[in-house]
Design a protein around this ligand. Structure first.
Ligand code: LFR
Length: 487
């Protein structure tokens, strides 16, 4: 039984085949490609045509390798979308959430609808990148693309549409928009009315595990994939990544570590209290009926941007291994930043942004690469500490173990710092958890696997988890006291 996960992150995309044999899941990465936004005029776009070409290439290569694909499913980052006109054409190239069009939009929009209402209904952390503010910016600037739109499709929905011809909005990705009611799990029409956003462009919500359709004739011809179904999974990458965690008991939290750090816990119902709102917790849709109660933290983005800057300047590559070994040698706790400071959201130079933050907070400015990397690693671990503290308060849960998944879970230094700062066991081992969650949901939808309980057993049998135990917690507690005003 082979299923293909098409997993798109903000920096790269992957096509991964999963096969389930003898109670284990095996992954085979078939294709990996860059996802590089393109500045065109004043707007930062996703290169949708290139992404779609690579999606087809991934399917083609999987078939060529001999896999008889029973299913395909797409997952991507959240909030972004494409608009489709009445003739079924893409109105314009999708814009990235890092584009500056949303600057100031949260403030403007909340003059027409209260922040409190938005939270009580959607349960979503207010971030200007959210679809609601992207749409509001189009509306308030009278952008003609919105008038030509017949359908709004989130990135995975858009890819599914061009693979199958079927238009639908999948629940987990729809939940990132801040337009969906967290309890009813349906669109909140009142928000659309208040903000004068076109409700008619929204589609029916479908749930992970439903069948979207079959590949269109042209895609079958191009890729050679026959009798392959396209499934709805947790098409928000975070939902798939967290759904895959084979944790036991209730006292655990998750951290999906990549460009973003998504830190939280699973609940059955959204937590919509004012305390949760004031602490910026979000309630996004998960697989298996769950809610991801979590905080979106600007994660390894800072380090990724530093590396890109250094590599461009020095015209050479820097490995994580090298940079982390430099960080270990740098002095501890010299400079601490709050990774979520707006300075870091899309600066022209990340090193300059960090230097300026340190200068304005009377801290030593990092100079060497090791000092910069150490600053980012310690700052992330401290951020996690403060978030987990609030997470416990808002949920009333104990947290004894943290499961770290995603590409960032390979970062030994950060894992150890996290265990130390939080005083919990940090367990890692599922770097490709998003693809695993995607594939497992397909297998469940296809009735190859009975349910998520069986799915988690299979996952547990397939990956060896590595644990980090806390040391030096006292030192981290002392530092956290000194820097708490920054967070
Ligand atoms: C992670 C992620 C986060 C979301 C961010 C932007 O890839 O999906 O969950 O907040 O990207 O969409």
């Amino acid at each position: 039984m082979a299923y293909l996960a098409l997993d798109l992150g903000a920096g790269s995309g992957r096509a991964i085949v999963g096969t389930i044999v003898d109670g284990r899941i095996c992954l085979d990465e078939i294709h990996r490609f860059e996802n590089k936004p393109v500045q065109l005029g004043n707007t930062l776009h996703w290169n949708f045509l290139s992404l779609f070409e690579n999606i087809k290439q991934g399917i083609f290569l999987a078939v060529k390798k001999g896999y008889n694909l029973k299913g395909i499913a797409v997952d991507t980052w959240g909030v972004d979308f494409g608009l489709i006109d009445k003739a079924g054409h893409l109105v314009s190239n999708p814009v990235t959430y890092r584009d500056h069009r949303t600057l100031g939009m949260a403030k403007e929009a909340t003059q027409n609808i209260s922040k409190e209402y938005l939270y009580e209904s959607t349960g979503i952390q207010q971030m200007e990148i959210n679809t609601i503010f992207q749409l509001y910016s189009l509306h308030s600037k009278g952008d003609p693309s919105l008038c030509s739109a017949d359908k709004l499709l989130f990135t995975p929905d858009l890819i599914n549409y061009f693979l199958t011809g079927v238009a639908a909005n999948e629940y987990t990705i729809a939940s990132t928009s801040q337009l969906l009611n967290a309890k009813t799990r349906q669109w909140d029409e009142y928000i659309f009315r208040q903000l004068e956003l076109p409700f008619s462009v929204m589609e029916e919500i479908i749930k992970p595990g439903e069948i979207i359709g079959s590949l269109s004739k042209t895609i079958v011809e191009e890729t050679g994939a026959i009798h392959t179904k396209v499934f709805a999974v947790g098409s928000h990458d975070t939902a798939s990544a967290i759904g895959a965690i084979p944790a036991e008991g209730g006292n655990w939290a998750f951290l999906s570590s990549g460009t973003w750090s998504l830190l939280g816990l699973l609940t059955d119902e959204p937590i919509l209290t004012s305390e949760a709102m004031l602490n910026d917790f979000t309630n996004e849709g998960g697989v298996n009926g769950k809610i991801l109660f979590m905080r979106n933290i600007t994660g390894l983005w800072l380090l990724q941007q530093l590396i890109a800057e250094w590599e461009k300047k020095d015209e050479k590559k820097y490995s994580y291994e090298y940079l982390l070994s430099e960080a270990i040698q740098a002095k501890a706790f010299q400079s601490i930043v709050n990774p979520d400071d707006v300075k870091f959201s899309n600066p022209s130079s990340m090193s300059a942004a960090i230097e300026s933050y340190c200068a304005s907070t009377n801290q030593v400015r990092p100079v060497s690469k090791g000092e910069f990397v150490r600053c980012v690693m310690e700052s992330l671990a401290l951020k996690y500490y403060f978030v987990v503290k609030k997470l416990k308060e808002c949920s009333g849960r104990k947290i004894e173990q943290l499961y770290v998944v995603g590409g960032g879970s390979q970062n030994d230094l950060l894992n150890q710092y996290t265990a130390d700062a939080l005083n919990v066991i940090v367990s890692t081992g599922m770097t490709e958890s998003t693809a695993i969650g995607n594939i497992m949901q397909q297998a469940i939808a296809d009735e190859t696997v009975k349910d998520w309980n069986e799915g988690h057993e299979i996952i547990k049998n397939s990956f060896i988890l590595k644990s980090y135990y806390p040391k030096d917690n006292q030192k981290w507690l002392e530092i956290s006291e000194n820097v708490k005003h920054l967070f």
